[in-house]
Design a protein around this ligand. Structure first.
Ligand code: NAP
Length: 304
């Protein structure tokens, strides 16, 4: 049985590692460096908080520089760290290794796949929610679902049953790019505006025209990018998300408030870049990107 190597003991990495380990599956964490490794070991393991109950999982860990060959790895870092993290693993990957990419947005997956042409890169799109509230301690904040797939590959791999064993809700799809594009479009229509207007998702009810124009441009982009399924009913879904999550602050809003780097290059940045590549005129999206970059710059946050 292949060991599940998990690179990145952050929110989603912990959530996956804890559930796989408690199902009795072999799991190993790959931490950034020896300082991080000794800090982890002194705490005795990963803590996961579920329904206010905390459990400690003493999952073995090492740094990426180890020497045991790796046949399967979950890349659970942020999109802006993915390419470098994947490159650091390259010398250890067995031929045909499986790499599951949990990153939000688009662009990082393609960069990893180019770096590791001999590996099987499986893209994932998750609606589960988790956040860190201490070192190696994660709170499971929202039930969700994870779509997995390899573009164009309809046959699902046999190891998916290990996710069922671990109680990780998931489904294989031949159209993983459509799922990732749709999530990216929802993000572009909501998250940047919540940063610019300084509001909860529900605050966007006050800007219906702005939201509608963005959805029109995003739908045009999705259609031209060959993603008709992702384009269909986008505006209605955006309106639904604004209503159903009216009291929530978007992840980008929270990142900006906390002074954390955003994944802008892989979300709105990717959308604008693809629009230009396809020769589209998307003035509202472009202006949104410029306003968001200015807001990040004003706060001294990275622009990529
Ligand atoms: P996170 O909590 O910031 O965790 C990322 C982890 O990766 C951190 O522990 C980071 O270590 C580690 N890391 C980065 N580069 C590394 C390297 N080279 N070697 C070893 N470890 C490395 O991020 P997250 O919230 O889990 O998000 C991961 C991805 O999932 C993102 O693309 C996000 O958008 C997506 N996502 C998240 C959620 C959610 O609810 N959290 C939901 C859906 C999708 P340091 O702390 O040392 O930097």
């Amino acid at each position: 049985m292949n060991t599940w190597y998990i690179l990145g003991a952050g929110s989603l990495g912990t959530l996956w590692a804890a559930r796989l380990a408690r199902a009795g599956l072999p799991v190993k964490l790959l931490l950034r460096d020896s300082t991080s490794l000794s800090r982890y070991r002194s705490g005795g393991g990963l803590s996961l908080v579920e329904n206010s109950q905390t459990s400690l999982y003493p999952i073995p860990a090492e740094t990426a520089q180890g020497s045991t060959p790796i046949g399967r790895v979950l890349l659970a870092c942020k999109a802006y760290d993915a390419e470098e993290a994947a490159a650091s693993l390259a010398p250890r990957l067995s031929p045909g290794a499986e790499i599951i990419l949990l990153q939000n947005g688009l662009g990082s997956q393609q960069a990893v796949a180019e770096r590791l042409p001999k590996a099987h890169c499986i893209f994932a799109s998750s609606t589960e929610g988790a956040f860190r509230d201490g070192p190696f301690r994660t709170v499971f904040a929202g039930q969700g679902h994870t779509w997995l797939g390899q573009p164009g590959q309809s046959a699902e791999p046999a190891w998916l049953n290990e996710l069922s064993q671990a109680g990780i809700p998931h489904q294989w799809t031949a159209n993983i790019l459509g799922k990732l594009w749709r999530k990216l479009a929802l993000n572009c229509a909501i998250n940047p505006l919540t940063v610019l207007h300084g509001c909860q998702n529900g605050g966007l009810r006050d800007f219906p025209e702005e939201v509608a124009t963005l959805c029109r441009e995003l739908s045009e982009l999705l259609l031209r990018a060959g993603q008709p399924e992702a384009a269909s009913g986008l505006h209605e879904q955006v309106q639904g998300v604004i209503e159903h999550t009216a009291a929530n602050y978007s992840s980008m809003y929270q990142d900006v408030q906390a002074g954390r780097r955003t994944e802008i290059s892989f979300l709105l940045g990717y959308a604008c870049h693809e629009g230009e590549r396809l020769g589209l005129s998307l003035p509202q999206l472009k202006s949104l990107q410029q306003r968001l970059l200015a807001a990040l710059q004003a706060r001294g946050l990275p622009l990529t």
